[in-house]
Write a protein that binds this ligand. Structure first.
Ligand code: HEC
Length: 270
């Protein structure tokens, strides 16, 4: 039990430390990526939004953005149009496909401006990722995280459902199905979490949303293995443990979906 507690504590601590590190270093690179992802669809020479291009010609050119006093007053986010536009949720336009920025993302922009809006070296991104030893292969492998997540998500939920049926409909004999789904789900969870950790290196600008997802995902992987391991010892508590696990894996899936699709994705049209 001691060892188990240490595992959980470790699982909580590691993502916290990693998150704290990534918020500080590479703020410039992170802001560059954020503006590129969320603004360049309209604010770039290729966009078909002439009004947007006129106010801010190229969201991909951080140097030009930082040097335009109509957009950025280095050191003073509250006087910088770029920050005010996102702070008031005027940008991205509420009726566009681009989701509004999360509070943590707004804060990254404010911090970047407060720090003098450094544009960095335009090639720094590619150079630092190579220097950091993060090869294209590892990045490619990490892209399988969104594919693999469906296995623990569905299997651990199915294990809970099968166990509920053990109690409600004993004649259906779903106990073996519950065991099978739990075992397979528990075995799929750690590799899924590991790929998530690799993928997180590409998403460091997502700040606290990413941190929440990381903590939940790591907990899910550790607890899924623990529940599977303890299954034989506590048969009487199986329903309760599987209910907890199903809730945890759902919360992890939900926070992951928010990262990928944004909060507006499932908003009903009425
Ligand atoms: C869907 C297209 C679209 C996206 C995405 C978009 N903008 Fe805009 N933006 C516009 C348009 C159109 C204007 C011109 C508005 C006007 O002149 O009335 C504009 C104007 C601006 C202005 C000038 C001040 C203002 O409010 O008119 C700023 C600053 C700005 N955008 C920042 C951003 C930032 C930062 C992002 C990304 C986080 C972003 N925009 C994403 C379309 C977009």
């Amino acid at each position: 039990m001691k060892c188990f507690r240490a595992l959980v504590a470790g699982a909580l601590l590691v993502p916290t430390l990693a998150g704290a590190g990534s918020a500080q270093d590479g703020n410039t690179e992170v802001v560059a990526r954020l503006l590129e992802e969320r603004c360049a669809s309209c604010h770039s020479p290729e966009s078909d939004e002439p009004k947007a291009r006129k106010k801010w010609p190229n969201a991909r050119d951080l140097g030009a953005t930082a040097g335009d006093p109509e957009l950025v007053i280095p050191g003073d986010p509250e006087e910088s149009e770029l920050y005010l536009a996102v702070d008031f949720d005027d940008m991205p336009p509420p009726d566009s496909d681009s989701a509004p920025l999360a509070a943590s993302e707004k804060e990254l922009i404010a911090e970047w401006i407060r720090g003098g809006a450094p544009a960095g070296d335009p090639n720094a991104g590619a150079a630092s990722s190579e220097a950091g030893g993060r090869s294209a292969i590892i990045s490619w492998i990490s892209h399988f995280h969104p594919l693999l997540v469906h296995f623990p998500l569905a299997l651990l939920s199915a294990a809970f459902l099968a166990q509920v049926l053990v109690h409600l409909r004993p004649a259906w004999k779903t106990e073996a199905a519950a065991s099978f789904c739990l075992a397979l789900g528990a075995l799929c969870a750690p590799p899924t979490a590991a790929l998530g950790w690799l993928l997180a290196a590409d998403l460091s600008h997502r700040g606290s949303d990413l941190l929440t997802h990381r903590i939940l995902g790591t907990l899910t992987a550790v607890l899924a293995l623990a529940v599977w391991g303890a299954d034989r010892r506590w048969p009487g508590r199986r329903l309760l443990l599987l209910a907890g696990l199903a809730a945890l894996v759902s919360a992890t899936g939900h926070t992951g979906a928010l990262l990928s699709y944004g909060a507006a994705w499932l908003k009903p049209p009425f």
